[in-house]
Design a protein around this ligand. Structure first.
Ligand code: IPM
Ligand code: MG
Length: 359
């Protein structure tokens, strides 16, 4: 029997609750499709700080390197906000991305018909939206140097550097173009080339790579306009290619097209080695431990793990279908609750998902 190793990172806040649901579903779907999943649970973020003093213990990174795929729930909690930056949960996640060389972050945004009414935008604006944000994940202002905080002339000054090298842009651009070819054939590169030198290089390199992709229709958009277009007319987008910071912001905005950030999965990939699969939402400390979390983004992340990380396409499709069926049957967590629907907690939603999978 085929066996896959998954390193499981439950992290903080609602992480453990949604991980438990995803794991049950993964187990059920693996039995049905005749493969074995072996889990290695490791601490990251606040949970790892509590256990070891480090947000990304070397043993966790090592376990991720040895896995076939990594499934992460969420990290972070306000209680760690006063720690030095390199000791905070977020640094653990950034260290994991860098440590695994995960430069390509894929954040698909697809409206599930049953949720067309859940968005704060009009149904006719969002019906049929099917876009993919391709976010560069190991460069840009998140990782640029110099950075820091200095005191001079009686003032405090803090700074970061937004920098990209040609090869970093080229490789993420190729990921974007390749995905556009598999989808609608359109790529919109988002930058701020009217102001930033780093964005001008981004645009120049994307233009250069485009010559290898004559079948992709390339357009460019400034990030401020892209933020506006995403809520004005989101159907115009197929693949959005953008840098680390712009992608962070635009993907949260795009997530809300679906009505809740609790629905969106993501995949982070390098040129080799295991991918990292995680919901784009955070650890939601305000509802942690209360059985209120929406586990669907985590379940959909598990589906991405199956499809992209383990090439178990049929099992992935089953998980996605279970999510759609459960929503169609009117079950909702609090973030998506609507009139006439049945509100469930995280665990009960997990049970419904399991029933939908087996039904
Ligand atoms: C995300 C998150 C992270 C990011 C944080 C938690 C470091 O917002 O994955 O979008 O900024 O990349
Ligand atoms: Mg973010």
């Amino acid at each position: 029997m085929t066996s896959h190793r998954i390193t499981l990172l439950a992290g903080d806040g609602i992480g453990p609750e949604i991980t438990a649901v995803a794991r049950e579903l993964l187990d059920a779907v693996s039995v049905r499709h005749g493969f074995e999943l072996r889990y290695d649970e490791q601490p990251i973020g606040g949970a790892a700080i509590d256990a070891t003093g480090e947000p990304l213990p070397p043993s966790t990174l090592e376990a991720c390197r040895e896995a076939d795929a990594v499934l992460l729930a969420a990290i972070g909690s306000p209680q760690y906000d006063s720690l030095p930056r390199d000791k905070r949960p977020e640094s653990g996640l950034l260290g994991l991305r860098a440590g695994l060389g995960l430069f390509a972050n894929l954040r698909p945004v697809k409206i599930i018909p049953a949720l067309a009414g859940a968005s704060s935008l009009k149904p006719e604006v969002i019906e049929g939206v099917d876009l993919l944000v391709v976010r560069e994940l190991t460069g840009g202002v998140y990782f640029g140097t110099p950075k820091g905080r200095v005191e001079a002339d009686g003032h405090v000054r803090a700074f970061n550097t937004m920098a990209y090298s040609d090869f970093e842009i080229d490789r993420i651009a190729r990921v974007g173009f390749d995905l556009a070819l598999q989808r609608g054939g359109r790529l919109c590169s988002v930058d701020k080339a009217n102001v930033l030198d780093v964005s001008q290089l981004w645009r120049d390199r994307v233009e250069a790579i485009a010559t290898d992709y004559p079948d992709v229709a390339l357009s460019h958009m400034y990030v401020d306009n892209a933020a506006m277009q995403l809520v004005r007319a989101p159907k115009q987008f197929d693949v959005i290619l953008t840098s680390n910071l712009f992608g962070d912001i635009l993907s949260d905005e795009a997530a809300m097209l679906t009505g809740s950030i609790g629905m969106l999965p993501s995949a982070s990939l390098g040129s080799s080695g295991p991918g990292l699969f995680e919901p784009i939402h955070g650890s939601a400390p305000d509802i942690a431990g209360q059985d209120l979390a929406n586990p669907m983004a985590m379940v959909l992340s598990a589906a991405m793990l199956l499809r992209i990380g383990l090439k178990q396409n049929a099992a992935a499709t089953d998980l996605e279908a279970a999510v759609e069926r459960t929503l169609e049957a009117g079950f909702r967590t609090g973030d998506l609750m609507a009139e006439g629907c049945t509100q469930l907690g995280c665990r009960a939603m997990g049970e419904q998902l399991l029933a939908a999978l087996e039904g």
